[in-house]
Write a protein that binds this ligand. Structure first.
Ligand SMILES: Nc1ncnc2c1ncn2[C@@H]1O[C@H](COP(=O)(O)OP(=O)(O)O)[C@@H](O)[C@H]1O
Ligand SMILES: O=P(O)(O)OC[C@H]1O[C@](O)(COP(=O)(O)O)[C@@H](O)[C@@H]1O
Length: 451
């Protein structure tokens, strides 16, 4: 089943589950339209063959449909769902969705014995019919563009969405640069700032607003102006500000794209708002999500086969590039504690709870966007002259890495020299070029090596 908001990679996940299930000797059913499929049953439960998922790897959205199903939130709905599962011979459920869908799945599992009992006592099913269905096995796959689930580094769809946002900001940059305009780009993510942070990092945005690190109420307007005018004074022709849809200030007041636009207009910048909306969920999955969904889909089937009534429901995650099984309930609980930390204004805790690299990524974003010209500078004696050299075949990302290194060096007072012509540049004098702030402007998305 796919449930909640669709995400690129859900189809590859379904394909992997269907094929791995068949490979391991299971009968595999697709539950169409999320939990609605379980509640309504009938044609919405369909046995799948190997061929039924052909071409799913490269298709966006979810072909088996998804929904937000009110009935499943009620015990009555879950009772009908249990009935439909038993009469179709289904004894395990793999749910690909966000924390809501996985919470529902775990509740369903914990209630299962009492639901079965009720189906027998009400005469809908006989003791013999329910005999093989004493327990329900649940496995969670996290499909969401928001990357808001704790205990996993990436959710299925998040990197595709990030890619889409970065592409769209690149497109917007053309107009921004041509007209010397400012753009406020609003991105999705519900209450999670991962898409906002990572797209800020990937597009070299001048400023970002994310819920986990809210700016000071009543002061952020001046800070935004300071940073944007500093960048303009350095010769930058465009201004990009990313606003996560859940952005707030440290008093928990929402910060909207309109609020941000007003500040930029006040600064004298010709400003437009682009709300990216559902293009962020559209299109085919990037290779990373296809790979993640496939590896995790296979692992989900294995987990179904290995789970016993005593094992906590697993959620399939990825940690430091390894596919892992995590206790689903714990992961959901941890995810909810981020929202609680924000609610109680404990923003440091919220940053730490996100995932191991969230805070680090935020600091690296700051280091490469130079929010402050002076405060990071090291004393004269500690400043270095550093060379950066590229040797071997060029690959994408070299300029982005050089830009990041240069901006970091500048913020600390080091000098970064680009060395031309590989190692031979070290031998021949005159191949050094000091990289200044404006030299690396726009290198976050330029191919080749600008040095
Ligand atoms: N606490 C719950 N109990 C039962 N079902 C739930 C619960 N939370 C969510 N669901 C089911 O999962 C569906 C998707 O949840 P939702 O929160 O909208 O999306 P997501 O899974 O992306 O977080 C809901 O429409 C509902 O059918
Ligand atoms: O498509 P809808 O119903 O307008 O929902 C929009 C929400 O869904 C998302 O795109 C994905 O969220 P979920 O994965 O939790 O469903 C959020 O970023 C956004 O807030």
């Amino acid at each position: 089943m796919t449930s909640g908001g669709d995400a690129p990679g859900m189809n590859p996940a379904v394909r992997a589950v269907v094929r791995a299930g068949i490979y391991y000797g299971c009968d595999v059913f697709a539950v169409y339209e999320g939990y609605t499929g379980l509640v309504e049953g009938g044609d919405l439960l369909k046995k799948m063959g190997w061929e039924d998922v052909r071409s799913y790897l490269s298709e966006g959205g979810t072909n088996i449909g998804t929904a937000r199903c009110k009935e499943f939130r009620q015990r009555e709905g879950r009772l009908t769902a249990a009935y439909n599962m038993v009469i179709n011979g289904i004894d395990a459920l793999i749910v690909c969705g966000g924390d809501g869908s996985l919470t529902g799945a775990d509740l369903f599992r914990s209630e299962w014995p009492s639901l079965i009992e009720e189906l027998v006592s009400s005469g809908k099913l006989t003791t013999k019919e329910v005999e093989p269905y004493k327990n329900l096995t649940i496995v969670g796959l996290v499909g969401s563009i928001d990357n808001d689930m704790s205990s996993t580094d990436a959710t299925i769809g998040a990197f595709s969405s990030l890619e889409r946002i970065s592409e769209m900001v690149d497109y917007i940059d053309a107009t921004a640069k041509s007209h010397s305009r400012a753009f406020v780009v609003e991105v999705m993510g519900r209450h999670c700032g991962w898409l906002g942070l990572m797209s800020g990092l990937s597009t070299g945005a001048d400023f970002i607003f994310i819920p986990e690190r809210p700016p000071k109420a009543g002061k952020w307007q001046d800070d935004l102006k300071k940073v944007c005018s500093r960048h303009r004074n350095k010769g930058k022709r465009k201004t990009t500000v990313i606003v996560a849809e859940g952005a707030i200030d440290d008093e928990l007041n929402p910060i909207t794209s309109e609020d941000v636009k007003k500040v930029l207009v006040d600064l004298g910048l010709d400003t437009r708002i682009t709300t990216l909306g559902h293009v962020q969920r559209g299109g085919t999955a990037v290779a990373y999500d296809r790979m993640l969904a496939t590896l995790q889909g296979v692992e989900a089937v294995r987990a179904v086969l290995e789970t016993t009534p005593d094992t906590p429901s697993p959620m399939i995650g990825i940690l430091e590039n390894k596919i892992v099984r995590q206790p689903l309930v714990e992961a959901v609980k941890l995810t909810k504690s981020v929202a609680d930390a924000i609610e109680s204004k404990n923003f440091n805790k919220a940053m730490n709870l996100r995932d191991s690299s969230f805070e680090e990524a935020y600091n690296q974003y700051l280091a490469t966007s130079i929010h402050d010209d002076e405060s990071q500078l090291l004393p004269e004696g500690e400043r270095l002259n550093i060379g950066i050299v590229h040797v071997g075949a060029s690959s994408s990302g070299l300029n982005a890495a050089t830009r990041a290194a240069a901006l970091y060096c500048i913020s600390k007072g080091h000098k970064l020299y680009g060395i031309q012509n590989g190692f031979s540049g070290l031998i021949e004098l005159g191949n050094l070029k000091e990289l200044n702030w404006l030299d690396v402007e726009g290198w976050h998305n330029k191919g080749g090596w600008g040095v």
